[in-house]
Design a protein around this ligand. Structure first.
Ligand code: SF4
Length: 354
């Protein structure tokens, strides 16, 4: 057990405490007319306030549909950051979890960043408190600090690089080619996957995503027995044994692409089920099957759907536009420090695109 494991045990308790505080998501299913009425009310407010809705793939399909319908964006956290930064709107409504709103503010301080709720967080962010993480980094001063986007602004400010799952492998390969030793935080599974793939010298923080760590290789193998011709698509925040049986491993955007390009007609998908909305649009002729989790999807709060992402509801979006009371602020000095590693990632990935 290393020092980051000891800290992670404390962090797990923090995550559990947060989960215990969560209320139940709204069970009210809107009729088509009710939904359309809400869409129109929200669209009117967005227009009036020169605002745009930026939503993550893990949000409820209604929120993703709303983002499309109002001319906003649905994407992974890397593209959300870029889209928000480059959009001309003066207000961004970020439907996702808190670190996404903070990232938007870090990159666009002149914009007002609203979120449907500031309570929506992430087990990776919670599991990497800045004081403990700083102590860990200070104990390894010869290491380059690389943090996943799923971290607080304060943790980003302590880092040399920020990465998302769609560019992490390339950035670590680049640092490894320069002979750098790396501290990776917070997701242990994604870190382990990249370490194995690149052979880089990496010290791993022991955080995890409560959604992806619930996937189990045994359950997926049983599912595969029922659908022997299906491809298995896995997000690398899942445990190593799950990644090992995947036909495609990647970020949300990369998995959507895999669903389109793999020849299989059926896909067993091991990531948050919110992704099905865009994946089905991208691959309309494919059958998408939810990968089973440890709780078999029965009653577990974090089984294949993030409880914090679920807090992004239509009513909450309308409310925040009307009252503007869920605004993200990042202290200016901290923002400037956190922007440095974020800009490094955005510049690096822009060059990859060329
Ligand atoms: S799905 Fe996992 S990584 Fe994504 S916000 Fe939820 S807890 Fe965090």
């Amino acid at each position: 057990m290393n020092d980051s494991t000891l800290i992670a045990n404390d962090a797990q308790q923090i995550v559990q405490h947060h989960l215990d505080q969560l209320g139940q998501p709204s069970e009210h299913i809107l009729s088509t007319e009710e939904k359309q009425q809400k869409f129109e009310q929200i669209a009117t407010e967005l227009k009036k306030q020169n605002a745009v809705l930026v939503a993550h793939y893990y949000c409820h399909p209604d929120i993703q549909e709303l983002a499309e319908w109002t001319g906003g964006c649905i994407s992974d956290s890397l593209e959300m950051a870029r889209y928000g930064r480059d959009h001309e709107a003066s207000t961004l409504v970020v439907a996702g979890v808190k670190f996404m709103g903070e990232t938007a503010k870090i990159l666009s301080p002149e914009k007002t960043i609203l979120m449907p709720t500031l309570e929506a967080t992430c087990s990776l962010d919670l599991g990497c408190p800045v004081d403990e993480f700083t102590t860990f980094c200070d104990a390894h001063p010869d290491h380059t600090v690389v943090v996943y986007a799923n971290t607080s602004a304060a943790v980003k400010a302590r880092a040399d690089w920020v990465v998302t799952s769609s560019c992490a492998v390339e950035i670590i390969e680049h640092l490894d080619s320069l002979g750098e030793k790396i501290i990776w935080a917070p997701d242990q599974h994604l870190g382990g996957y990249i370490k194995k793939k690149t052979g880089a010298d990496m010290l791993l923080w022991q955080g995890s995503c409560i959604v992806h760590e619930e996937f189990r290789a045994r359950g997926i193998a049983r599912m595969k027995a029922l659908y022997p011709d299906a491809a298995v698509l896995v997000h690398p925040e899942s445990p190593e044994s799950v990644v090992a049986i995947a036909d495609a491993v990647g970020s949300t955007s990369q998995l959507i692409k895999a669903a389109q390009t793999l020849p299989h007609k059926q896909m067993i998908v091991a990531t948050d089920r919110g992704i099905f909305y865009k994946m089905q649009q991208a691959a309309p002729d494919k059958e998408l099957i939810e990968a089973p989790t440890a709780g078999e999807g029965a009653s577990c709060r974090s089984c294949a759907h993030c409880p914090w992402m679920a807090m992004n509801e239509l009513d909450a979006i309308l409310h925040v536009l009307q009252y503007r009371d869920q605004e993200i602020f990042v202290e200016e000095k901290l923002r400037q420090r956190a922007k440095v590693p974020l800009d490094r990632m955005l510049n690096f990935t822009s060059q990859l695109k060329r």
